[in-house]
Ligand binder design. Sequence first.
Ligand code: COA
Length: 383
Amino acid sequence: MTFFTMISMPPKTRGLEGIIAGASAIGEVDPRNERLIYRGYDVRDLAQQASYEEVAYLLIFGRLPTQAELAAFTASLVTARPLDLAVLDLLRRMAPTVHPMDRLRTAVSWLGAHDPEVSDNSHEANASKATRLIAQIPSLVAAGYRLSQGQPPIPPRSELSHAENFLFMMTGRPPDTLASRVFNTSLILYAEHGFNASTFAARVTVSTLSDLHAAVTSAIGALKGALHGGANEGAIQMLLEIGEPSRVDGWLRDALAQKKRIMGFGHRIYKRGDTRVPIMKPLVRELAEQLGGSALKLRETAERVETIMRQTKNILSNVDFPTGLAYYLLGLPLPVYTPIFAAARMAGWGAHIIEQMDDNRLIRPESQYTGPHNLPYIPLTKR
Ligand code: COA
């Protein structure tokens, strides 16, 4: 290799690790200072003091709302919550065995095909389409799950907050204060996370001048995978399989010997711990203490898994680990965990799609060809 080719080659990286793929003023994942910032605000302050609605407004519109702006935004969300009969029918016609993320992806695609503003990529149209999807995705998740179980969907209630209304649409009961606080916090923590795989997929899609619903459909496809959104469900499946705290050491030893990935552990960017974990963990503790009995045992099992992973592999838990456990303690069924992540991340996806479209350039990286050259073509009849 000559000196020229050495210096002109792009840096080698697997999975774009360490590559800055664009600029964004939406969120900063800052592991060195152990901070996560949304539009200048520390996520710890938002998670402790704000509602999901306020954070969604902040992400989509770029600043915190006034009381009047929040009231108007909340009213738009409430108006968009009920699903029309045609989309309910679409959900009803899907087999109960359809993966919940496939159900959600298909329904969002359907909503796009029927959205009056689908091909309007102006800033204002994208903000209103994103607002509608922030309201519609929780309704799709709850109705889709209930229909897959042979139960009728529960219509939304306008006096409930975004977090409370989702729990209500799942169970038919308005949640208590602790459940609503835990769920609201989890939605805030899931709302935005820089150029993660699903957000990047959304930006790539819309950079071709496609449309917001198409970008969200791509994002849902990316989030489905076990290495991204699927980990919250995977984490609780593992905890249920382990069961007793006394079984943790042996179970993990075997799993790690078989080179299994432990769901809810590790992160591409956070190597000294995920900023969101210490925000979620005390809430899980409070929930487990309120429930007592088997909830306390499951929490103990989870804490033992964290200890062993730290001691043997020096790998720490990520947000999916305490969040998966919180959802389980809230009584939510496993198949909705990743769709809930999508519902929360819709605010971040919307913000990134708008930012991309406001200053668009097609996202089109290069690849390094590693295949052969100069192969002589052999006609089909001679092969
Ligand atoms: N369980 C077991 N080992 C893990 C691990 C996990 N959850 N996460 C990372 N490792 C190990 C890898 O096996 C690898 O070890 P090796 O060098 O001996 O092969 C090393 O740590 C580096 O892993 P790598 O896959 O290169 O890191 P990454 O930055 O590509 O991966 C994740 C990041 C998130 C994909 C990875 O940590 C993972 O698969 N976690 C489980 C899924 C998950 O919780 N996803 C949610 C993320 S918020």
